[in-house]
Design a protein around this ligand. Structure first.
Ligand SMILES: [Zn+2]
Ligand SMILES: [Zn+2]
Length: 153
């Protein structure tokens, strides 16, 4: 099975995702605008696919709507997000070190996008979260992976 390595800018957080990867989706919501500085592109993976190799500087911020954002507290890289208390990781496309055998499939939350750029790549656009495509229900009834809370000491 092919694996895909990823890391933050300072390598305080490193991980490996076992493929195959689903297609990526972008998110133009206000939260992704703030955490990315532009808009985000993420791929959803299950906790069975995700192996955190190093997470010394991984911190989690929980936003008002119970979305957890994983970032490096040393270099500031935005790395992951997940729904609080649910399995499944959304991994930022840009933090992978390897080339990805996947493409962006659609744009989500375009209702919240800013007006300084246009989306003219022909990909489907969902005004809000496209649940059918972006959230795979089979990932979500399970408990949160324990290695995330191990780091919150
Ligand atoms: Zn870092
Ligand atoms: Zn978003």
């Amino acid at each position: 099975m092919k694996t895909y390595a990823g890391s933050c800018l300072c390598k305080g957080v490193t991980f490996e995702v076992t493929g195959p990867l689903q297609d990526f989706q972008t998110c133009h919501c206000i939260q992704c605008r703030k955490t990315s500085g532009h808009y985000a592109a993420n791929v959803t993976v299950s906790s069975l696919q995700m192996e955190l190799l190093r997470y010394d500087s991984l911190k989690w911020f929980t936003s008002m709507d119970q979305v957890e954002k994983g970032f490096c507290s040393d270099c500031g890289s935005s790395l992951f997000w997940s729904f609080a208390g649910r399995d499944g990781w959304n991994v930022a496309a840009g933090v992978f070190d390897d080339q990805l055998d996947a493409k962006i499939s659609h744009h989500s939350f375009t209702a919240e996008k800013s007006d300084y750029y246009t989306l003219d790549d022909g990909l489907p656009q969902a005004p809000l979260f496209d649940l059918e495509v972006s959230v795979k229900p089979s990932f979500y009834p399970k408990p949160k992976p324990t290695h995330k809370t191990d780091n919150e000491q």
